[in-house]
Design a protein around this ligand. Sequence first.
Ligand code: PLP
Length: 359
Amino acid sequence: MSRVYNFSAGPAMLPEEVLKTCADEMFDYKGSGQSVMEMSHRSKVYDGIIKEAEKDFRELVGVPDNYKVLFLQGGASTQFAMIPMNLMKNRVADYIVTGQWAKKAFQEAGKYGKANKIASSEDKTFSYIPDVSDLPISDDADYVYICQNNTIYGTRFTELPNTKGKLLVSDVSSMFLSEPHDVTKYGIMYGGVQKNVGPAGVTIVVIRDDLITDDVLEGTPTMLKYKTHADSDSLYNTPPAYNIYVCGLVFKWLKKQGGLEAIKAHNEKKAKILYDFLDSSEMFKGTVEKKYRSLMNVPFVTGDDDLNAKFIKEATDAGFVNLKGHRTVGGMRASIYNAMPIEGVEKLVEFMRDFEKKN
Ligand SMILES: *Cc1c(COP(=O)(O)O)cnc(C)c1O
């Protein structure tokens, strides 16, 4: 059996140990005589699985008691609508637009109320994070919205914005569980799990209790009310049961690695190997301002489209897959999430060094 180093932005690599447990438990989950895939989500066994997943997540992140953890569907993209539907009491919200995902969320919110773009980095193709220390926050804003790690452009917020007392809502999809999260800083922190946490199909929403109400925009579907899911512990309807189980295994794996501080140190070490190489290379260059470099998504270019294409092809043949940059930016992007082993990055750099010599 040979596995590739998968540098995809998502769905992405999962820890091999987790995949092996999935394989071992596939036919008969702990003597239940069934696969978790086949199990009723109302069964006692499954209730144990989802409760334990939530408990492990809470311990791992340190989620305070006044926050709920919800396992939802519809991807991170559904949150772009769900957030305004549930939080826009004044029908006003402020958006900091630092990439495509923030822009999509901003555009979606405009359907439900007045969405203000209070800062943007689009003038330089989203290659930096704007100064967020003193923004023109609207007096009647229901919340301030950010995308904390920009998957496509490879930037991240190094500090959270000064929201001047307004609620902060953050999309952490591509940095979820890659470092400690201070939940108390947010009204809502959410992410699709397929980047860093599990198989596609689950969105984890961490939401402060007082934001879960029946006071939502008129016409909000039952399924898009946080209260619906909070009241039934994420079991209002059939959840993505198997995928939540896999997320649970990843939470246990992360705990075993030493928790989020330890995984952060590991991720910093991995990112440094790649960035140090980019900074010393004559051929390959990073594309974002150093200060805002993401630890998870590393875009780079050679400055020549044909050479980029040649590199991507040869890298793929050598077992380094999905290095093509996002279709809107071109070039290359290496996503090095939690489950990417350090050897994967070391070997990629070795391959890049060799490619540079030969070309
Ligand atoms: C991938 C991604 C999304 C979209 O996720 P879906 O689950 O496909 O809807 C949103 N935000 C960020 C930051 C992402 O990386």
